[in-house]
Design a protein around this ligand. Sequence first.
Ligand SMILES: [Zn+2]
Length: 266
Amino acid sequence: MRHKKFAIIPLLIAVGFMLFQYFGADKVTNPETGKSVRVALSSQQEETLGLQSYREILSQSQTIESGPEHDSVVRVAERLARATGSAARDFKWQVSLIRSPQANAFCLPGGKIAVYTGILPHTQTEAGLAAVMGHEMAHAVARHGSQRLLRTTLAQTLMAGAQFSLSDMEPGQRQAVMAAIGAGAQYGVLLPFSREHEVEADQMGLLYMARAGYDPRAAIAFWERMSTAGGQQPPEFASTHPSHATRIEQLRAFMPKAMAEFENAR
Ligand SMILES: [Zn+2]
């Protein structure tokens, strides 16, 4: 008897389930871009998860509670938070300065911000700080994490369907096909999606800083300092972060819009 190698039914069921997952997901509109997107989690779920991870991270970190650096970080966060507008009206913003040599900052879903002291030599001014924090806050406001989670869930459903559809295939061959589908999802769908989010966060961050009264050109100066600060960058196509050169170019292209906002705010 000839062995059937591929059964279409499981794959069709998976695709049906993907459509159900996609259209069942909450739809939100980004007021800065006008773009509507689907997200995996409700605002309430994001708030809960964000707060939980934030507490966990802070419990393992040394936070700085006073002094000029602390005050700067708090001031910038307050001014930027006001500039984020209606999309973040449910956010309970919090900000912490963490003592760490890492040049890093993040904002968790629901508006839980952390800045590491290691980034302060690079940001230099409050406008530089606003460039970094505005970018991170934009990721949270645009709910990029929740968007990515939905895509990952959809990809996993597809993979499960494919696994069943190929279950009669010889194991080595099946593994090869699954690996190809996995790589296709990673490089064809998930990574470009992350890069799209980086550009969006850069642009929204510029608008926030401009609205908050910080010169948006400070973002370009910051990335120029970062590019001369050295450190190995992964090749761009395999990375979620664009190269510094690409990023600076895109910031420049968006600058007229940000400058108009900055003039408006003054
Ligand atoms: Zn980012």
